[in-house]
Design a protein around this ligand. Sequence first.
Ligand SMILES: *Cc1c(COP(=O)(O)O)cnc(C)c1O
Length: 323
Amino acid sequence: MSEEAFRFAALRVPYERVNSALFPGIEVWVRRDDTLDPLISGNKAYKLLYNLLEAKAQGLDTVITCGGAWSNHIHATAAAGVRFGFKTVGIVRGWRPKELSAALQDAERLGMQLVFVKKSLYHRRWEEGFLKEVVGENYKSALFIPEGGSSWAGVKGAELLGGVIKESAPVNFDQVWVACGTGATFAGLVGGLHDIPVIGVEVLSAGDSIANSVDRWLAMSGESISGALYRTSVEEYLKGDLIGVEGAGLLSGGHCGGYAKCPKELSSFLYKVERDTGIPVEHVYIGKLLYALSLGARNGRILKGSKVLVVHSGGLQGRRGLM
Ligand SMILES: *Cc1c(COP(=O)(O)O)cnc(C)c1O
């Protein structure tokens, strides 16, 4: 594992031009980071890179992280542990169910030790003493990666993705669109892409917390763009002026009824996307990202002829949650 080898793989991720009436008036491309690796999916691979290099540099043999039953990050961390020789521990919210989600079954098969904690304890996962309480003294030989892989090292990994896009883009993109859970990938892309506006679609209802994290990360990376972030809801965006000329923006309320919810409207949209493009998508992140983009295009909110890059951040293992 090295930064160079990772970068080499990232530079070879394909871009696909999309031809679909779902995105009228704009030129849509998808960067297929879902194909970066068969197991360590999409943006989670970027977010893990510097975390794992850090663990190695510190001589730590274990990585501990946390998440929900369908966490792409837990899944990716378990796979990365096998690949790069770390023991992994996944702290999961809630009691152990009789039947594990497919994601957690994979994680266990990949050798991850799952520790289930009740919700009230899980809520204290940012507090000092949490790890010691959950895993005992073992935490001393481990690197703790926060939920979603969204540490500062995670943001730096996404920044590398931004640099890779600049270097490998087949055309000059006017905008880059990405789905936001914690906003770490978005913040890193803003830092790495500099002058190319990044639009982030929030796929969960999190109040200002995503925007606040993004502000903090941008301030840490010295990005002056922080104060200039365009910030509105998908709904307001559809009524408002053209965006993309002003710079980077965060659109809240792109969750289609709630995190990981998949109403009929969304599932029939996803069917059409896959039929038109042949690109596999999932309902938690990419589906909602494309849905917001489609609404923007159909409502004439994106400058005609704009070249828009969609980052396919992976997460396809989560489709099994619908079965
Ligand atoms: C985790 C995840 C995201 C969100 O990334 P953040 O850095 O937390 O905003 C987006 N897409 C997919 C497929 C994911 O698994």
